[in-house]
Design a protein around this ligand. Structure first.
Ligand SMILES: *Cc1c(COP(=O)(O)O)cnc(C)c1O
Length: 391
């Protein structure tokens, strides 16, 4: 047998290894630590929405392959949500596509829209699936790094402009931004939009944290800006908004040609998924404003609890305007290697966090930064804070 004369994993993926979340969650389990690494809530979403899923399952809705684009009830609910929230009208039949979470929406968009060699500009640090999906599509990623400035991570518009070449096909945006918690402002988005129009670029925008913005921050979908609706694929997900990350119901809204293109790739990935959950998410999207306000108030209080606690424990804290993550700088402890810090943290104080370096191409740039999730019960966050204060 000569099977192993060549490594089984292809070159496009070999660089990526196993995600850090698996390593850190295993470390949390092994050491009995509080896991503030991976971003999943430790409380399930609304009871009535769980019941809606049970009902759909019992009534035989969605137990067999749902329609390829998603069940009509959910596509209509997604279109209504975009209209109610942002004043954007989408045709549920031609401009909405349901996916297996935002993860598949990202993969299908990149696989559909890129030719090998096309360049993709992504905000760095970036969500870990972006780089892998760009690679699987044969694209070339071009990071534009968000840098800390006066307590907030900001996008340098000159750097963004300089990153565009004749080979640039699309800008992959993410706002509210994981892991930094930055909410890209309307002014910044206007500059991104102007650039996209000027250079005829597509924009794929990951807005899974659209409902998790705090204080006076507002989430602006870039598709609402002039000239953008026709060139933008907007990605949403029920996972983060309704605290059902295991259901894997996501979607895109985009003009008909882009939606059809993404559907072409999506049909050969999962084809369809999450049948009964699609009906439940249709109901979730129609929850009254009080649900969304309650979610925001709850997470805003948790952000304060964890951010203040981390600051008291000695971290430099970048107080997030959105998402459920807080990024910190460990240099006040005299340390600058986030990997080493996170690997040692469970032994030192029984808490698990994620080194932001994994979200960078140039790991040096992200070395001193560490991310903590606050989508956990208040008692859990309080215990984590008291442990961290022992550092
Ligand atoms: C969690 C997350 C996703 C994945 O969403 P799913 O709907 O669970 O697939 C995508 N993008 C970002 C930025 C995320 O944080």
């Amino acid at each position: 047998m000569t099977l192993m004369t060549r490594p089984p994993l292809n070159r496009r993926l070999a660089a990526f290894g196993t995600t850090i979340f698996a390593e850190m969650s295993a470390l949390a389990a092994r050491t009995g630590s509080i896991n503030l690494g991976q971003g999943f809530p430790d409380t399930d979403g609304p009871e009535e929405i769980r019941e809606a899923a049970v009902r759909a399952l019992r009534e035989g809705r969605g137990n067999q392959y749902p329609p390829g684009p998603g069940v009509p009830e959910l596509r209509t609910a997604i279109a209504d949500h975009q209209l109610r929230r942002y004043g954007m009208a989408f045709d549920p039949d031609t401009e909405v596509l349901v996916t297996a979470g935002a993860t598949e929406a990202i993969a299908a968009s990149l696989l559909a829209l890129l030719e090998p060699g096309d360049e993709v500009i992504a905000l760095e640090p970036y969500y870990d699936s972006y780089a892998a999906c760009v690679a699987m599509a044969g694209g070339v990623r071009v990071p534009v790094t968000l840098r800390p400035h006066e307590g907030r991570y900001v996008l340098d518009l000159d750097e963004l402009r300089a990153a565009v070449t004749d080979r640039t096909r699309l800008i992959l945006l993410n706002t509210p931004h994981n892991p930094t918690g930055t909410v890209v402002t309307r002014e910044e988005l206007a500059a991104v939009a102007a650039l996209a129009v000027e250079r005829d670029l597509l924009v794929v925008t990951d807005e899974v944290y659209e409902h998790l913005v705090f204080d006076d921050a507002t989430h602006v979908p870039i598709a609402t800006l002039p000239g953008m609706r026709e060139r933008t694929v907007t990605i949403g997900s029920a996972g983060k908004t309704f605290s059902f990350t295991g259901w894997k119901v996501g979607w895109i809204t985009a003009p008909p040609e882009l939606t059809a293109a993404v559907r072409s790739a999506k049909q050969f990935l999962t084809y369809v998924s999450s049948g009964p959950f699609q009906y439940a998410v249709a109901e979730a999207l129609r929850l009254p404003d009080s649900y969304f306000e309650g979610l925001r108030a709850d997470l805003s209080a948790k952000r304060d609890l964890l951010s203040d606690g981390l600051a008291e424990a000695g971290f430099e804290v970048f107080r997030p305007a959105g998402t459920y993550f807080v990024t910190t700088d460990i240099r006040p402890f005299g340390e600058s290697d986030g990997f080493a810090f996170c690997r040692a943290l469970p032994e030192r104080c029984g808490v698990v966090a994620i080194p932001n370096a994994v979200f960078y191409d140039d790991r040096e740039q992200g070395a001193p930064f560490v991310r903590f999730a606050f989508c956990k019960k208040e008692s859990v966050l309080q215990e984590a804070v008291s442990r961290l204060k022992g550092l």
